[in-house]
Design a protein around this ligand. Structure first.
Ligand code: 5CA
Length: 160
């Protein structure tokens, strides 16, 4: 029998089920998925197939912004600032924890403490299947890019 998932990973599985993605199954791996590189190694896929969930903070309105990007891409903060219409900065670990409900290294694309405006890196659409974090630095789930777009209701962007 499978061991029960930790509470944070269960939260992601429940969010998947509530949104009609019950066929996406959160799995815990024996080795770390804390970074995109580690996740790719543990899963046995390319780093570009890893969904990085990066949290930024709008400097004036103090709102979290989620950017889900291909593991091999670097997010251009100026581009995201231009899209949201105010300066942003990379969120501090405590802000990420408080506003998403997840610790860095396990931030999932869904299941957050509050709804997050989400931007999706269009490069992720190139892959048949991709993998996203599921609440802990050992938990992930597999999905298609189309499912990622549908479940996050995110805005597709071309990372510059
Ligand atoms: N579990 C994997 C994906 S399956 C994962 O979460 N990867 S990640 O790339 O989305 O998350 C790690 C990211 O968190 C890093 O790329 C980095 O942008 C951010 N990060 C790491 N440490 C800190 C920190 N101390 N403060 C703010 N952001 C950080």
């Amino acid at each position: 029998m499978q061991k029960a998932l930790p509470p944070s990973a269960q939260k992601v599985q429940r969010a998947l089920e509530e949104r009609g993605f019950a066929h996406c199954t959160v799995v815990e791996l024996p080795s770390s998925t804390r970074t995109a590189q580690e996740a790719a190694q543990s899963i046995g896929c390319g780093v570009e197939q890893i969904v990085k969930s990066l949290v930024f903070r709008t400097q004036q309105s103090d709102v979290p912004i989620l950017v889900v990007a291909s593991g091999s891409n670097r997010v251009n903060e100026q581009q995201i600032s231009d899209l949201v219409g105010e300066p942003i900065e990379k969120a501090k670990a405590s802000f990420v924890q408080r506003r998403t409900g997840f610790a860095i290294g396990g931030v999932a694309p869904i299941g957050h403490a509050e709804p997050l405006r989400t931007f999706i890196d269009r490069d992720l659409l190139r892959y048949e299947e991709i993998w996203a974090a599921a609440g802990t630095p050992f938990a992930v789930f597999r999905l298609t890019p189309q499912e990622l777009v549908a479940m996050t209701v995110g805005e597709l962007i071309t990372i510059e």
